[in-house]
Write a protein that binds this ligand. Structure first.
Ligand code: FES
Length: 117
């Protein structure tokens, strides 16, 4: 079990890797599905199939607890603005629960997040 901390809102989501919410978009247990299940409206234009970069977010802490991005994810991240060393596509990043994770939704999605919380 680990805590998923959303830096933008201060929200802390408790995640049990043995009891994950059903993923409708992207990988089971990926950050996108965890955030959506907690009511955080993260953009995910392609529905979690690595065909956009709208689900881009920063994994500030716990980055190493998820398997590294596959090449297709790396390629999509090349199109995302303001990418840094902690950038991931939320629909593809599945933390293993060995560490707490802090994520931050980049600026262009931030208004949306703060309106809803
Ligand atoms: Fe399109 Fe994640 S939702 S790549």
């Amino acid at each position: 079990k680990y805590n998923l901390h959303l830096k933008n809102t201060g929200q802390i989501i408790k995640v049990d890797p043995d009891n994950l919410p059903e993923a409708h978009d992207g990988l089971q247990g990926a950050l996108l599905s965890l955030l959506l299940a907690a009511g955080v409206d993260v953009d995910h234009a392609c529905g979690g199939v690595i065909a956009c970069s709208t689900c881009h977010l920063y994994v500030n802490k716990g980055y190493d607890s998820a398997p590294p991005p596959i090449e297709a994810e790396e390629d999509q991240l090349d199109f995302a603005p303001a990418v840094n060393d902690h950038s991931r596509l939320a629909c593809q990043c599945v933390p293993d629960g060995s560490q707490d994770v802090e994520v931050e939704i980049p600026a262009w999605n931030r208004n949306k997040v703060s309106e809803e919380h």
